[in-house]
Design a protein around this ligand. Structure first.
Ligand code: GTR
Length: 374
């Protein structure tokens, strides 16, 4: 028997299909309701990629380094270039992968969507930042890779002309309602890292987590929702249009996010400015699309813009899908107090006293959770 939590925010049901029928079995969820929700989020919120059939994507290793200079010999670093070509246009982004040098068999891995530039995910490891503690990740037996979102698609309004968008000049300043926003492109890039992992003998591609903070966290959830090769998605403080329920949310609203970052989303999303109650979806659906795979969110007590209560509510409301699929989801429906973590089920969470960021504390818990479940 699936237990349904109290629906205080009046979010749309996960189990009632668009034709009014009710999902009663795991098969109905997988075959019917899940694809319908995915399509709805694509059309109404994040936008869909253009037809990629004439885009040739080539992924190749451009350098392999090992030795004292690379994490004191503890890791192998591979630099990977993703080149996408369409007609006479091309675009490239790169990322670096670190793999424990002493690994004897394929290891699990983290992909970080780095929205804070090379200062915070320096491939040379001269600038160290707890936003991407690659040395610790390696010491715990995981591989890791980070790509810089700004190399993939710019994080400012520029009419969809540079980065990935360059490939599709016919869309510049000419996006239809359901065409892609930048978050969809960043998610596409994370999937290209996964493409590479599938070819890398020392990475176990069945045990890969995609991780992001804030706008990166919105992206990691959307990536995990679409690309079922990811066994786990981690969102730090992703708030509005990420892990937080929009109905009844405090802090950032859809109006405020679209005022500043309209290009992150499909134009259709504008319909819901000040009309959250009319949305046929809410963010618990984004979380539920991960089921039965692992999803982990973390929040900070002082991050009122993201709204920790609304962030936790999406996990509670997503829990019934995990139950339906026969796995333990969230270990409790009461909000945890700061410094408490919920690591029992396939929906993991921790809450921490502090500000809007992702740091060593969070990473240690992501890895504790991955040690247990991934
Ligand atoms: C804020 C934005 C949030 C969040 C944040 C971030 O300005 O309003 O939704 O994405 O940026 O990425 O740090």
């Amino acid at each position: 028997m699936v237990k349904i939590p109290e629906n205080k925010r009046n979010v749309p049901s996960l189990f009632v299909c668009q034709d009014g029928t009710e999902v009663k079995t795991a098969k109905e969820w997988v075959d019917k309701r899940r694809p319908e929700i995915l399509e709805m989020l694509r059309r109404e919120e994040y936008g869909r990629l253009p037809d990629m059939s004439d885009v040739k994507v080539d992924i190749h290793v451009t350098a392999v380094r090992q030795g004292e200079k690379i994490m004191n010999g503890r890791a192998v670093r591979k630099t990977v270039e993703v080149e996408a070509v369409r007609r006479d246009r091309h675009f490239i982004f790169t990322f670096d992968v670190f793999i424990p040098a002493n690994a004897e068999k394929p290891v699990p891995a983290f992909v970080e969507i780095c929205n804070r530039g090379s200062m915070n995910c320096d491939p040379a490891r001269e600038l160290l930042s707890s936003f991407y503690p690659a040395e610790t990740i390696i010491s715990r037996g995981y591989a890791c890779a980070a790509f810089r979102t700004h190399e993939v698609a710019p994080d400012y309004e520029e009419g969809f002309r540079t980065g990935f968008h360059r490939l599709f000049p016919e869309y510049a300043d000419n996006r239809a309602g359901d065409d892609w926003g930048t978050i969809t492109v960043w998610a596409w890039a994370a999937s290209r890292v996964m493409d590479y992992f599938e070819t890398e003998p020392m990475i176990d591609e069945k045990r890969v987590a995609v991780v992001g903070h804030s706008r990166g966290g919105k992206t990691s959830l959307w990536c995990g929702a679409q690309d079922e090769r990811f066994a786990m998605a981690v969102s730090s403080c992703s708030g509005n249009s990420g892990d937080a329920i929009s109905r009844g949310k405090t802090g950032e609203s859809i109006r405020q996010i679209l005022d500043r970052f309209p290009f992150w989303f499909a134009k259709n999303y504008q319909k819901y400015v000040d009309h959250e109650e009319e949305m046929p979806f809410d963010q618990h659906m984004l979380v539920a699309l991960m089921a039965p795979r692992l999803v982990y969110t973390s929040t900070k007590s002082n991050d009122s813009w993201a709204d920790p209560a609304s962030e936790f509510e999406s996990l509670v409301q997503a829990d019934p899908v995990y139950q339906l699929l026969g796995v333990k989801g969230l270990s409790q429906w009461e909000r945890p107090y700061p410094e408490q973590s919920l690591h029992e089920g396939h929906i993991g969470h921790h809450h921490k006293t502090g500000e809007h960021t992702m740091d060593d504390y969070d990473w240690d818990l992501y890895m504790d959770y991955a040690d247990k479940h991934l």
